[in-house]
Design a protein around this ligand. Structure first.
Ligand code: NAG
Length: 252
């Protein structure tokens, strides 16, 4: 039992130490929650930790177009290629300091590739990537331009495609049919509502003015009624003593 555990531990330790070797390391896009981990000109890798040996060798990141990466041999990794040769040969080296800057650490860190906006010609530079790719990258360790070791290739890295203003779609042709129907119905309803409101407004205005008129009329009528009533009343009062044939005294 004890022996078995020891064997398992030994295997695990062995696997871990192999996993921590640069020759089996696969560069990864970071999963750290940082803003813009992939943009139209940059991407962000996990910073390798505990995979480099000697402290003085130079660490480079080889960035290659994925279709070119398959034909890159170790002989092509040295000397490092400048960014200016990328358009012709399809790959270049980004300088990433010495091995000493990749200590073992418990804190996750990242490397942003394409982060240096201003690069002068004929320098090694972490320049912005020219297009969406796809790219593959690998870490390369060199000692005075002699290849020491290299990691495995990363998976495909495709950058975001920035939208060219002229291709931004403003015509509804590519909108979904349902959206067009919904928009049409809403516009129609809006139109009808506006018409109704306008109509209601005018009708309301007319009604108000008419009401004003009828109010005046009814006041006059009421006056007349009162007069008539009074007359009638007085006449009825007078009716008792007077004969019915007597004329009404006041009829307007
Ligand atoms: C690789 O793809 C790029 C475009 O993405 C193209 O310009 C280049 O010619 C291709 N190279 C090879 C070797 O196929």
């Amino acid at each position: 039992m004890d022996f078995h555990i020891k064997v398992i531990l030994a295997i695990a330790t062995c696997a871990l130490s192999v996993g921590a070797d640069i020759t089996t390391y696969v560069p990864q896009l970071t999963l750290m929650p940082i803003q813009g981990s992939v943009t139209s000109t940059t991407f962000t890798l996990d910073k390798p930790q505990c995979i480099f040996g000697s402290r003085t060798n130079q660490v480079w990141l080889l960035v290659a177009r994925s279709n070119v990466s398959v034909s890159i041999t170790n002989a092509m990794l040295k000397p490092p290629s400048m960014y200016s040769s990328f358009p012709t040969q399809g790959y270049y080296h980004v300088p990433l300091g010495t091995e000493a800057s990749y200590p073992c650490s418990n804190t996750a860190d990242y490397i942003r590739v394409g982060d240096t906006v201003y690069c002068t010609d004929n320098t090694y530079c972490n320049a912005p990537l020219p297009d969406s790719g796809p790219y593959r990258v690998k870490f390369v360790v060199m000692n005075n331009n002699a290849l020491v070791s290299s990691s495995l290739w990363s998976g495909l890295i495709t950058l975001r495609t920035g939208k060219n203003p002229s291709t931004i779609d403003t015509w509804p042709g590519r909108r979904s049919g349902g959206m067009i129907v919904l928009t049409s119905i809403l516009s129609l309803l809006m139109g009808i509502l506006t018409l109704c409101l306008t109509a209601a407004f005018f009708v309301g205005c007319k009604g108000m003015s008419r009401k004003k008129g009828t109010k005046e009329n009814s006041i006059i009528q009421a006056d007349q009624n009162t007069k008539n009533y009074k007359t009638h009343y007085s006449s009825t009062i007078r009716h008792q003593p007077d004969p019915p044939s007597s004329p009404e005294p006041k009829i307007v």
